[in-house]
Design a protein around this ligand. Structure first.
Ligand code: EPU
Length: 337
């Protein structure tokens, strides 16, 4: 096992925060998980790191950080309508999307260009443009640190919700996701109803709908709104879109007739946090090296040397102002270490 000590995590998180990990391991072989579990020092505190695109590193990380570098895509089985793919957790999500499209396998095209790894997709049930990862995840394979065995979690056991799963709650830090089984469609069902997709397809002069065209539209929209982490440090949406009661929403509508919403449940609606944050005047805000993205207020950014605890404090200020103005408590989407 090639164990390293005091390794800077700057290159391993898309926020570009420079803190170190006490121990660091690049995991290319799942068999090493058992070795770690049997090591008295290393097994005390282990954290899994994928693409580092949904974390805020607020301080130096104690214990072991395992960077998931498990690679491989295997066609497990197929029938006339579906394929089942086993994808190792360290594969890059967007590369999987492109691979599926090149084979004509549908289901994840709306999730093009989401940063991060395949192993992270089930943790927060990544979603965009009307589609969530849970719709194509058949099961998740993970190493259980206490049981010291690999366990397969069927879709229903993963308890998927909006940006949520059992891997964020009762199994948090208890398992290490090693691979994910996806069930993709040979016959596509197109999802084009979300906001700007149809407009973008028209702009692209697409006459015949295809999964490739949808992915291209999604890529164009995302690239126009969301900062490229290679240029400006960020972790995508920093907050979840909050769900509020219909009654609360109607009350807000009297003062803010243009407030957008999406249906959520029979009694609740979801309101875009980006809209709320923008209305509080934060969009484009900058203090030293940190700020709120000028094109999407849901995204906090690091222009260079911002510290994780400073970004954390800024997110708290934003939450307070949204609470004060709209009576809505925002929840952070990023995982804070
Ligand atoms: N809006 C504003 N101001 C802003 C940002 C948004 O007024 O600064 C308004 C927009 O005009 C629009 C509405 O809010 O009416 C929704 O905006 P958008 O379509 O950009 O989506 P979002 O709700 O802000 C969510 C996801 C994104 C995902 C998009 C598209 C969450 C937390 N975020 O954002 O996911 O790409 O929908 O499906 O649910 C991520 O999770 O990291 C992420 C980027």
């Amino acid at each position: 096992m090639h164990l390293q000590q005091n390794v800077s995590l700057k290159a391993y998180n898309t926020f570009g925060i420079d803190v170190s990990a006490e121990y660091f391991l690049e995991l290319g072989d799942a068999a090493l998980l058992e070795e770690i579990a049997n090591d008295a020092v290393l097994s005390k505190q282990v954290r899994a790191l994928g693409g580092g695109s949904n974390i805020l590193l607020s301080k130096a990380v104690k214990g072991l950080v395992v960077h998931n570098a498990l690679k491989g895509v295997h066609l497990e089985k197929e029938d006339s309508e579906h394929v089942w793919l086993r994808v190792e957790a360290g594969e890059i999500w967007h590369e999987l999307v492109m691979y599926a499209i090149s084979n004509g396998w549908a289901g994840i095209e709306n999730l093009a260009l989401i940063p991060g790894t395949v192993g992270a997709a089930p943790i927060q049930n990544i979603g965009a443009y009307g589609v969530e990862a849970k719709e194509t995840i058949e099961s998740v394979n993970a190493w259980h640190w206490n049981e010291k065995i690999f366990v397969s979690y069927a879709n229903v056991e993963c308890k998927f919700g909006y940006r949520d799963s059992i891997f964020k709650t009762s199994l948090k830090d208890k398992v290490f996701i090693s691979s994910v089984i996806f069930k993709l469609n040979k016959k596509p069902v197109f999802h084009t109803s979300y906001g700007p997709i149809l407009q973008e397809l028209e702009k692209m002069k697409v006459t015949e709908l295809s999964i490739k065209a949808i992915a291209e539209a999604v890529i164009a929209i995302r690239s126009s709104k969301l900062p490229d982490p290679k240029k400006i440090g960020n972790a995508g949406s920093f907050f979840k879109n909050p769900a509020i009661s219909e009654a609360h929403f109607e009350m807000l509508q009297t003062n803010y007739p243009d407030i957008p919403c999406y249906p959520f449940s029979e009694t609740m609606v979801k309101v875009p946090a980006g809209w709320l944050i923008e209305k509080c005047g934060w969009k484009g805000y900058r203090k030293d090296d940190m700020g709120v993205h000028e094109k999407q207020a849901l995204v906090l950014v690091n222009y260079g040397h911002a510290k994780g605890d400073e970004i954390w404090a800024l997110s708290g200020e934003i939450m307070e102002s949204v609470k004060e103005r709209f009576g809505i408590s925002l929840e952070r989407e990023v995982q804070v270490w």
